[in-house]
Design a protein around this ligand. Structure first.
Ligand code: AMP
Ligand code: MG
Length: 495
């Protein structure tokens, strides 16, 4: 009997773009593939059936040792601003796009192997990934998905049986990543910086058809594209801010045109609220600090808009002015998403202009009092249900009186809001997570897997993060901020 493998129904639209968009290249087979994790829910979403496949076959496939039928593997070309400096050629140096599948809901999704060996874009890199960062991307991506934030996702993790050489010798691994596409701001920059206007137009048309078909009939489709991408990013970064997520490397090559969170390197969730928070070991100047993220998103979008200028209405002055106005309008769009979400976090169903002051009032007290971001908002849900729970919130503040003074204003505002306390608390619990991937817990899970080959804590934290808005007994030990000696101060991209 011949063994079947997982059947993908590929339809590789990116492969059909001109040759200069990509380099055809295959994964480099690995010595001894071993399965760490398959994402059953995502396999199901993609309509991929594992039942006809032996596990061994599946592992070979996710290790790049076997190419599935219909795949047409390639490395994507892209450029990017890294910490503000333009690099004209980056590209997939350690990732290979197997192809695209249409999922059960009709959505096109990229299937990419990350850590699958060298490509023509590897420069001096080995094309490989270490197990720790791969598991980190799995945990963080799935946590973001469960929080309801657009993100690339992890389909599988396999170990390679080969060492990777970083500061120390580490076990190698490959992540199978699923994205609505891997097209980045840097993909546009790659062609624009070469003066290849035809390719920019081609790419823009591909993106419009694939991600933003509603802009097709617009008077000026490329301006409409800028507006659509800007809207997605404004919503995305606001969503990050609402849960205390710090991306860590918002380079233009790490900003997906689809509006999904991509490239979980040194990202982290903030414990104590402080807009200046930075975890990334490579972000010396704090360029990508929590509070800088909206401004950086706007800067990246300006770089995106610049690439399109030559194709917008023959680069007329009017077109350039309109593009400039769109970018200037970013903060207005961002503020709207942010304020709407923050109102929800405070339990307000109605809008009053002064709500912005109320929101900032709380954040100011949280900052000076070193309050934990996630716990403050989660405990406010209890306080909304019953003022007797106020003490539970104020315990998080060094300056309890400052919190009390704010709470008086909050309660006065709640009086003017139509929801019942129970109803309000329920809504708040759906927007203020009980649990986030706390850095110290993530580190513990990665260390156990890498140092003791124990994936138990990795599996546990995945289960904990699956339903972040529900209080469950399993959350015990995962909701609290780190003790002084558990605190993680730095995160590493691990490349
Ligand atoms: P990242 O920091 O992961 O966003 O990657 C930035 C650039 O470096 C991309 O072009 C990657 O493909 C490339 N890169 C990162 N790690 C490696 C590696 N181990 N081998 C080859 N290229 C890499
Ligand atoms: Mg990247």
């Amino acid at each position: 009997m011949t063994q079947q493998t997982i059947r993908f129904t590929f339809d590789n639209s990116y492969r059909r773009l001109p040759d200069r968009f990509h380099a055809r290249t295959s994964p480099t087979p690995v010595a001894a593939p071993g399965l760490i994790k398959l994402n059953a829910a995502l396999l199901e979403e993609l309509g991929l059936d594992l039942s006809s496949s032996t596990q061994e076959r599946a592992v070979r496939l996710f290790a790049g040792n076997e190419i599935p039928e219909g795949a047409d593997p390639l490395a994507m070309a892209y450029a990017g601003h890294q910490f503000g400096n333009f690099v004209p050629q980056l590209g997939d140096g350690r990732a290979i796009l197997l192809g695209e599948v249409i999922d059960r809901t009709g959505q096109r999704r990229d299937i990419q192997l990350k850590g699958s060996g060298q490509t023509p874009f590897s420069r001096s890199g080995d094309g490989r990934a270490a197990l720790g960062p791969v598991l980190r991307e799995y945990i963080l991506g799935e946590a973001m998905h469960a929080l309801g934030i657009p993100t690339t996702r992890a389909l599988a993790v396999v170990t390679t049986g080969e060492p990777v050489y970083r500061e120390t010798i580490l076990p190698g691994a490959i992540l199978t990543r699923v994205a609505s596409s891997h097209i980045r701001v840097g993909t546009f920059q790659y062609f624009a910086s070469r003066g290849d206007t035809e390719a920019v137009r081609h790419l823009a048309d591909h993106v419009i058809a694939r991600h933003y078909p509603h802009t097709i009939g617009a008077d000026s489709p490329y301006l409409a594209l800028i507006e659509a991408v800007l809207e997605q990013q404004a919503a995305l970064v606001a969503a990050w801010m609402h849960v205390g997520f710090i991306h860590g490397v918002m380079n233009t090559d790490n900003m997906a045109i689809s509006g999904e969170t991509i490239d979980y390197g040194p990202c982290a969730f903030m414990d104590t609220y402080d807009p200046a928070t930075v975890y990334s070991s490579i972000d010396h100047g704090g360029r990508y600090a929590y509070g800088n993220q909206p401004g950086i998103a706007q800067w990246n979008l300006a770089r995106f808009a610049e690439t399109l200028l030559p194709v917008i209405d023959d680069a007329s002055d009017a077109a350039i002015q309109q593009a400039t106005d769109l970018i200037r309008g970013f903060f207005g769009r961002y503020e709207e998403h942010w304020t709407t979400g923050m109102r929800g976090k405070l339990g307000l169903a109605t809008n009053e202009p002064e709500d912005v002051d109320l929101i900032h009032g709380l954040l100011d007290v949280m900052k000076t009092s070193g309050a934990d971001f996630t716990l403050t908002f989660r405990r406010l849900c209890d306080a909304a249900a019953d003022p007797a729970a106020d003490g539970w919130v104020r315990d998080l503040f060094v300056d309890r009186h400052a919190f009390d003074a704010w709470a008086v204003q909050w309660r006065a505002r709640l009086e003017r809001d139509p929801q019942s306390p129970a109803e309000r608390a329920e809504h708040m619990r759906r927007t203020n997570p009980a649990v986030i991937p706390r850095n110290h817990r993530v580190e513990q899970a990665l260390n156990a897997a890498v140092e003791q080959s124990d994936c138990g804590p990795f599996e546990t934290i995945l289960r904990v993060l699956e339903r972040p808005y529900e209080d469950r007994p399993e959350l015990a030990g995962y909701t609290d901020p780190p003790q002084e000696n558990e605190r993680v101060l730095r995160t590493f991209c691990g490349t």
